[in-house]
Design a binder for this molecule. Structure first.
Ligand code: SF4
Ligand code: SF4
Length: 384
């Protein structure tokens, strides 16, 4: 008869985990609602039993490496009857595993890339302004408004169009804004997800100093991921400017009558709420106000919407990992979009666009993916 290995209690991990919790561990009464909610458990063979992961960590059993699969979508938290900070708990475990160098191989390189080239993909710093194409956008010195483009939209050829569209919208409205150009830093969000606390601390101190030195009053951010960390963590490092997601910024302009929609459409669209904009920051109305403000556009909601929206699968740094075979969350979401009868799916996050466009190819669903700002620009352009 085989003798089972004794379970080793990792007291160091337990202490580390408990010290980082923002809730009393006894709050979790192991009901398992979180596990039943997690969308990954509908597509992965190996189940992410969230309540077990939390319980094992609380008693000092080795940290479950499945925490690296979490997309940090927060859907489980919205259903938890005890408001347990599940994503924060997972981040604490990731940080511990990182310090033991038990992390997905892609993430080691990602951290080096940020250190050396200021972006997770390792693209050259000098190419960070290629999204501007023909536009002549000044650096931000002496201006009130900074447009923070972010890594994905600065380098990815598809997302460059989103950044370019936003700059054009801002130019058309006559706002006096600038960018950081080749000096634009990584937001640090990718580092936060891995749990490299020392590096995150270094980055955020440096970034906040750089932003404060520009003297800007507001920072308009394209990516909900960068927006989330800048809005919620940067102030703890002394950030002085107000941080706005671009949908909030444009919604403000729209309500003041500063957006002029010249072109009238005749189409139905559906909208996907990015996790880091919706569930993390409660921004549900701003993108919808913009969509519904465009003449001739009818918004049809998907089955899972707003706080119930399904994740695209890109958060928690999953976007930087090699995608697996089999069904992905983005496939399911594109199917939900197609079920509305609309062939136009809008969102306001670069990771979502990347994943959904990929899923339209693998699922064969006839759905056109666009960012909200692309629609806004199209409607501002009179001749199309
Ligand atoms: S974290 Fe919340 S939902 Fe999950 S088992 Fe604990 S109490 Fe239940
Ligand atoms: S945050 Fe999302 S992916 Fe992570 S455990 Fe919760 S429901 Fe699952």
């Amino acid at each position: 008869m085989a003798v089972e290995e004794p379970i080793r209690i990792d007291l160091e991990m337990r202490e580390d985990f408990l010290s980082k919790l923002k809730y009393n561990p006894s709050e979790c009464y192991q009901c398992g609602t979180c596990t039943a909610t997690c969308p990954l458990n509908g597509i992965h063979e190996e189940k992410l039993t969230i309540r077990n992961v939390l319980h094992k960590a609380q008693v000092g059993m080795p940290a479950d490496p499945l925490v690296w699969e979490c997309t940090s979508c927060k859907l489980c938290e919205t259903r938890c009857p005890r408001e347990v900070d599940i994503v924060g708990s997972f981040q604490a475990l990731r940080g511990y595993l990182y310090r033991k160098r038990e992390l997905p191989t892609e993430y080691e390189q990602l951290l080096w890339n940020i250190l050396e080239e200021s972006n997770p993909m390792g693209e050259p710093k000098g190419a960070r302004t290629s999204w501007m194409r023909e536009l002549d956008i000044p650096v931000v010195d002496g201006k009130d408004t900074l447009f923070y483009v972010g890594t994905a939209a600065a380098y990815d050829p598809r997302l460059q169009n989103v950044a370019n569209s936003m700059a054009k919208v801002m130019m058309r409205t006559g706002v006096d804004f600038g960018v950081l150009g080749k000096q634009e830093p990584a937001s640090g969000e990718a580092v936060l997800e891995i749990g490299d606390e020392a590096f995150l601390d270094y980055l955020l101190e440096k970034n906040v100093e750089q932003f404060n030195d520009t003297g800007v009053k507001e920072i308009v951010v394209l990516s909900p991921h960068a927006y989330n960390i800048m809005k919620n963590l940067y102030p703890q490092y002394g950030l002085e400017a107000e941080v706005l997601h671009y949908t909030e910024y444009l919604d403000r302009m729209w309500s003041r009558g500063n957006l002029n929609f010249a072109h009238k459409f005749d189409m139905q669209v559906t909208y996907h709420d990015p996790c880091y904009l919706g569930r993390y920051n409660g921004v549900y109305d701003a993108p919808r106000n913009l969509i519904e403000g465009v003449p001739g556009v009818e918004l049809v909601e998907m089955r899972d919407t707003k706080s119930n929206a399904m994740c695209c699968g890109g958060g928690g740094d999953q976007i930087y990992r090699n995608s697996e075979d089999g069904v992905r969350l983005s496939d399911l979401r594109v199917e939900q979009a197609a079920d509305t009868g609309s062939v136009n799916m809008l969102t306001s996050c670069g990771y979502c666009i990347q994943n959904f466009e990929d899923s339209t190819k693998t699922t064969g669903k006839d759905v056109q993916i666009n960012d909200v700002v692309e629609l806004v620009l199209m409607s501002m352009e009179e001749k199309r």
